[in-house]
Design a protein around this ligand. Structure first.
Ligand code: SF4
Ligand code: SF4
Length: 345
């Protein structure tokens, strides 16, 4: 929440997603306790009145402890008399560095927690933040705070590993974020769960658009990948879908017909290596040191792929490494096959 705003608010240096630009402030996670699917855009008229009243009340009565009542927080209000920006009136930014959020009963939670999009935003370089913020350039606080309306809440979940190569690709073509999004609409398609598959997309994107120099900007006109319109997007999605199919064929997905123990500790993983296994030590199956997947010492996107896509609750570094190598190999093969097909045609 607002604690993560850090020293933002210069148009050249957007610190956090919570208040990245002088005119942009978010209150999307306020208050912390509210109904699922709550969206401020559904209550704009009521909230506008509340925000005006909350600001006025604090100005008249000063600050003192009061609990949150119902689903509205008395500290959420307009940050200026013009009623344009809304946010937390107890946040240090509004109080010369002093944090007054302990004056509500969920203050600790407010100061501690942040949404995933804001967390991923912080991992981007400043240039990356500025690039993607273009998508919310004209928003006001209500629209910007809406999980439904603000595309950044979904797009940022693709993470740095996907967003940065695509940004380099856009820069090489003199494209804006909007134009890039037009070329790669998968970024906001809701039928992909970015957190679950961003590892897969990262690997395929790296292989597909800059196979020899993965850290470099993508060439504007790759000799093999310069399809027009949405073809790039469709190619990327079909390559990823084909690799997921291979995962299924290899028995990598958690099978709910097995019992939990065999799935997470032994039999299930053994089955994962039933064919074509390389890289890891498949013989170490049930006896190998397993850990909860989200605690595994591996990149977060790989952990999320194992946990959210393959549904592994526990695994070991060896198994995780095997999946990583296998997906990388399949991506390489799929891209090479595509390239050869194109050359032959
Ligand atoms: S919803 Fe996310 S971006 Fe918005 S204020 Fe909360 S943590 Fe910040
Ligand atoms: S105290 Fe501030 S951050 Fe916490 S719910 Fe209220 S307005 Fe939001």
């Amino acid at each position: 929440m607002k604690d993560k705003r850090k020293e933002s608010s210069s148009s050249q240096n957007p610190g956090s997603l919570c208040a990245p630009l002088p005119h942009l402030t978010c209150f999307g996670c306020c208050p912390p306790i509210r109904p699922a699917h709550y969206d401020p855009l559904d209550h704009v008229r009521i909230l506008r009145r509340e925000f005006r009243e909350n600001r006025k009340q604090i100005q008249q009565e000063g600050l003192h402890f009061r609990p949150i009542v119902g689903y509205s927080c008395w500290a959420l209000g307009f940050l200026g008399d013009d009623g344009k920006r809304a946010g937390c009136l107890l946040h240090p930014f509004q109080n010369e560095g002093t944090d007054f959020r302990h004056l509500i009963d969920y203050g600790g939670k407010c100061a501690r927690e942040t949404c995933q999009a804001a967390r991923f935003f912080l991992t981007l370089p400043e240039e990356g933040k500025i690039f993607w913020l273009e998508l919310a350039a004209g928003f006001q606080s209500f629209f910007y705070s809406s999980l439904r309306a603000n595309p950044l809440f979904h797009i940022l979940l693709w993470g740095k590993g996907v967003l940065e190569p695509l940004r380099f690709n856009a820069l090489a073509r003199d494209e804006s974020a909007t134009e890039l999004l037009h070329r790669f609409p998968f970024l906001f398609r809701k039928d992909w769960n970015p957190r679950a598959v961003r590892f897969l997309f990262r690997v395929v994107i790296q292989e597909m658009i800059s196979p020899h120099k993965p850290e470099r900007p993508l060439p504007p006109h790759d000799e093999h990948f310069h399809p027009k319109g949405l073809e790039e997007d469709q190619l990327l999605q079909s390559l990823c879908a084909s690799i997921l199919k291979k995962c299924e064929e290899q028995g990598m997905f958690y099978d709910s017909s097995d019992d939990l123990f065999s799935k997470t500790m032994g039999k299930g993983h053994s089955r994962c290596f039933s064919s074509g296994q390389t890289g890891a030590d498949p013989s170490s199956g049930p006896g190998e040191n397993q850990t909860l997947t989200h605690l595994l010492d591996a990149k977060e996107d790989l952990r999320d792929f194992l946990r959210l896509t393959l549904k592994w609750q526990k695994t070991s570094p060896n198994f995780a490494h095997w999946v990583k190598e296998k997906v990388a190999l399949w991506a390489k093969e799929a891209v090479r096959a595509r390239r050869e097909k194109k050359e032959a045609s």
